[in-house]
Design a protein around this ligand. Structure first.
Ligand code: GLA
Length: 381
């Protein structure tokens, strides 16, 4: 099993080295941010609901320095072997540079004066895997710029600025989950986030259990229509129900959804039940009931597949294989329409589990894992 557990120091060094090789001077600052796995609470964030993501041990690093000329950015994506430039004020082009240029535009919209910039990016986070390569790039870019320009930007504002970059400049109408966990998450802990208030709590991941993230082999692209359409359907459902957001409908009021036409009824049912699942799963984490947590993951997958309809056959097959090989739970993670599964597996059986899953689904690709911190560290914190 390949475990891409390369330390974040490695991407940081690689980005700094690439910067120096490309521009002949050392970078002035480096920012780094992780990928994320969402454990539960999918498509709830843009409905003002609850989410439960955690950082994954895959990192993106951005090295930055001032350019000789003002007025724009030049950036190198090491692993893609691509160097691109863009003037400030120029529109998005539908490529990776959008996320960097978007951060610059979002800072400028907040009144920050930017010099010309040079950047070098190294990332372990695959694009299109549903583990938030874009938020990792945005948060790493903003951390680098915060340090370069000594910006008084707290982590929550940084996450909001990253979201503005993605929604505004890059044109993807995302929620706030990815940027919040990339900016504020801690490895070994789940971030229980109320996306309406940004109230949050960090909860230790269960001991003896591993959240394994596996790519189904089919990339997703969220700027495609599906995500946008789901979001519009949720907003329409909320409007017809006369609530500010679907968050405002409780599971004890599911009969209210009968007033909605399909597919809005099913879409709303997913969001309402998913919010409830997150709240219950938080209790499972607190009481250490991994099996109950796993059952909620399975319910969440069914709801995503049948009501929200964001899964695809390749993910469903992978989830079934994960469960057949002994996982306590498994579900589509991220925006959907391709991408990855997260499965909850007993750590001592992980190697064996993965061998069996990858034999059943040869196109599946191991991406990463999230585990509790070792118990000794927990005690001494
Ligand atoms: C993407 C978005 C998030 C969230 C998820 C689905 O990752 O960026 O804001 O909506 O999809 O839960």
């Amino acid at each position: 099993m390949t475990r891409p557990d390369v330390a974040r120091a490695d991407v940081t060094d690689a980005a700094a080295r690439a910067f120096a090789e490309t521009w002949g001077v050392l970078p002035e600052a480096v920012g780094v941010a992780p990928a994320r796995a969402n454990l539960l609470g999918e498509h709830t964030d843009y409905n003002d609901g609850f989410v439960l993501p955690t950082p994954l041990g895959l990192w993106t690093a951005v090295a930055v320095g001032r350019a000789e000329r003002d007025g724009g950015i030049e950036a190198l994506a090491c692993r893609l072997g691509e160097k691109k430039s863009r003037a400030y004020g120029e529109l998005r082009q539908g490529d990776w540079l959008d996320y960097v240029a978007g951060c610059a535009a979002a800072l400028q919209a907040r009144g920050v004066e930017l010099p010309g910039l040079r950047l070098a990016i190294d990332s372990q986070v695959p694009i299109g895997a549903g583990i938030s390569s874009s938020a990792a790039l945005e948060v790493a870019t903003l951390r680098a710029l915060r340090s370069l320009l000594d910006l008084p930007l707290g982590d929550e504002t940084l996450a909001r600025t990253a979201q503005e970059a993605e929604r505004g400049y890059a044109g993807m109408p995302c929620g706030i989950m990815d940027q919040m966990v990339c900016a504020l998450g801690t490895p070994g802990e789940a971030l229980f986030l109320d996306t309406r208030t940004l109230g949050r709590q960090l909860l230790p991941l269960p001991q003896g259990a591993t959240f394994a993230v596996v790519h189904c082999g089919v990339p997703h692209k969220l700027t495609d229509g599906g995500y946008r359409q789901r979001r519009a359907e949720c907003e329409k459902a909320a409007e017809l129900l006369g609530v500010r957001a679907l968050r405002d409908v409780g599971v004890d009021e599911l009969n209210r959804l009968d007033a909605l036409p399909e597919p809005l009824r099913s879409r709303a049912r997913h969001v309402v039940t998913e919010n409830e699942r997150v709240e219950r799963a938080v209790e499972d984490l607190r009481s250490g009931d991994v099996k109950a947590f796993g059952r909620r993951m399975v319910e969440s997958h069914r709801s995503q597949r049948d009501d929200f309809r964001v899964s695809i056959d390749e993910i469903d097959t992978l989830v079934e294989a994960a469960l057949a090989c002994g996982a306590w739970g498994a579900r589509l993670t991220g925006g959907g329409f391709g991408g990855s599964m997260v499965a909850l597996v007993a750590t001592e059986t992980l190697d064996d589990w993965w061998q069996r899953v990858s034999a059943l689904v040869p196109r599946a690709k191991w991406l990463g894992r999230a585990d509790a911190r070792p118990a000794e560290i927990e005690v001494n914190r």
